[in-house]
Design a protein. Structure first.
Length: 100
């Protein structure tokens, strides 16, 4: 992904290209680092780019609530994503964003 993130046309390949790039999530004026842990297709309504989910891994604390949060991916810009906490994985907290 190069340039600003266009969520209406984002694809699994776009996020795969960002797998090793720094990601910042901002919540209530605080920010934390995330990484992309998993990218997977999901069933759902047809959308340009296909339906998929991105699982992000963050620190164990603090845990952010299910909500729309600002994320910034190096080289891909900043956008707002609806992120849902999935739970801890033993190394941190997992969050999911679904594109459908």
């Amino acid at each position: 992904m190069t340039g600003p993130i266009d969520l209406s046309t984002a694809t699994m390949a776009d996020f795969e290209a960002c797998r090793d790039k720094p990601i910042r999530l901002t919540c209530d004026g605080e920010s934390m680092s995330l990484t992309i842990a998993e990218i997977a297709p999901v069933s759902g309504p047809e959308r340009e780019g296909g339906a998929f989910s991105v699982v992000f891994k963050g620190p164990a604390e603090p845990v952010v609530e299910q909500a729309i949060h600002q994320i910034e991916i190096e080289g891909a810009g900043e956008t707002a994503l609806f992120i849902v906490p999935l739970g801890p994985d033993g190394e941190g907290m997992l969050y999911e964003a679904v594109f459908n």
